[in-house]
Design a protein around this ligand. Structure first.
Ligand code: SF4
Length: 375
């Protein structure tokens, strides 16, 4: 537990907050991209430790939240097929589609199973050759290597009954989409440490230069996050916009090259639709041709449909840092973790869920709405 206690040390957090207060001379708005960082910020009240000039806004870094409704509907269609065993990580089971979720399909007889690794799904396909086993391959660059490994293993074994429903997304193109938006309020960015552990830091350098935004690779514990905020503010105050690694205990500049090679072997970069952000060019991964036989969409002839978002849900704005959960009229009323209207309330990494679990419990209000922020 040595590392956890060190990086959750209250005195160290207070010292960093004081250092930030001494550093800051004007209002700044910083976005943390990752849902895990959002949870830590809200859970530990880090935003409330910061001086009022510093506004943290939350980004689209929750893989469950950004999986588009169309893909959820495809998952529901597959899971309802009698010959299919549909495998997914647990978070996806409660994400609402248009009329139901995977848990409801399971309750009405669908063979939906929670797995902890895509390799478990490959094993299931070996164990149950009479079933069509489909794995829901969602997530960022962090989950792509394991999913690629599952594809390689199934390919090498020649498994005829295993396939992947792929909805992988890539962080840098989404960051660029946010930075280039006319209403962008982001002045500094905390990049997700685990994505950079796989991919390294170099992808962010053109973005920092093009949009003149400092990008600091940041970890997930309170001290990590405050160090990231401090490093980002130091650059902002000095007028610099560079990529900086504040998570060197995990991230090497070049990342994990064998993992990158595995991703490149199995996947190619494709356009991908993001929930709340729309389609972003070159922002997703799809199976390369040698692995096309493992593509569940092709195997089961699934086609794209246009599925509208529920009108009451502001998840799209929440994912872009334009609205805070507590500014959504449905927050904590029609929309709760037990009865979620949108993905940002369902997922354990979702921004709305973070505010519901931690901020409501303490009876605290949102520190500053974006409208009152600095930009
Ligand atoms: S509180 Fe619920 S309805 Fe409102 S934005 Fe969040 S998920 Fe959507």
């Amino acid at each position: 537990m040595r590392f956890v206690s060190e990086y959750r040390d209250a005195a160290a957090c207070q010292q960093l907050a004081q250092a930030i207060e001494r550093l800051v001379t004007r209002p700044w708005t910083i976005m943390e991209v990752c849902g895990g960082q959002t949870h830590a910020i809200v859970k530990f009240g880090l935003d409330q430790l910061l001086p009022p000039q510093v506004t943290l806004i939350h980004g689209p870094g929750c893989p469950v939240c950004v999986t588009p409704l169309e893909m959820i509907e495809k998952a529901l269609q597959l899971a309802a097929r009698p010959e299919v065993t549909f495998c997914s990580f647990g978070d996806m089971l409660r994400v609402p589609g248009c009329s139901q979720d995977l848990l409801a399909v399971k309750a009405s007889g669908g063979d939906v199973r929670v797995v902890y690794s895509p390799l478990d799904a490959v094993q299931l396909a070996r164990d149950e050759p009479d079933r069509e086993v489909v794995f829901f391959a969602v997530g960022f660059e962090t989950t792509a290597p394991a999913n690629a490994m599952a594809a390689v293993q199934a390919h090498e074994l020649g498994l005829p009954n295993f396939s992947l429903l792929v909805s992988h997304v890539l962080v840098p193109p989404a960051v660029e989409s946010l930075l280039s938006a006319p209403d962008c309020r982001i002045e500094g960015l905390l990049a997700a440490g685990h994505v950079c552990t796989v991919m390294g830091c170099h992808e962010y350098e053109p973005l920092a230069a093009r949009y003149h935004v400092p990008i600091v690779v940041t970890g997930f514990e309170p001290v990590d996050i405050l160090q990231g905020v401090h490093a980002c503010l130091r650059q902002l105050e000095e007028g610099r916009a560079e990529v900086e690694n504040a998570y060197a205990r995990s991230v090497r500049p070049e990342g994990n090259q064998p993992a990158q090679e595995l991703i490149r072997e199995v996947f190619e970069v494709v356009p991908r639709k993001w929930r709340g952000l729309g389609e972003i060019p070159r922002s997703g991964l799809g199976l390369r041709e040698p692995y096309a036989a493992l593509d569940a969409e092709r195997r089961f002839g699934l086609t794209d449909t246009d599925v509208p978002e529920p009108e009451a849900c502001l998840s799209g704005q929440v994912l872009q840092g334009l609205t805070r959960p507590m500014d959504c009229p449905a927050f904590g009323r029609e929309c709760t973790p037990e009865h979620p209207l949108g993905a940002t309330m369902v997922s354990s990494e979702g921004t709305c869920a973070a505010y519901y679990h931690y901020r409501r419990q303490r009876g605290l209000q949102s520190p500053r709405s974006p409208a009152e922020g600095s930009a």
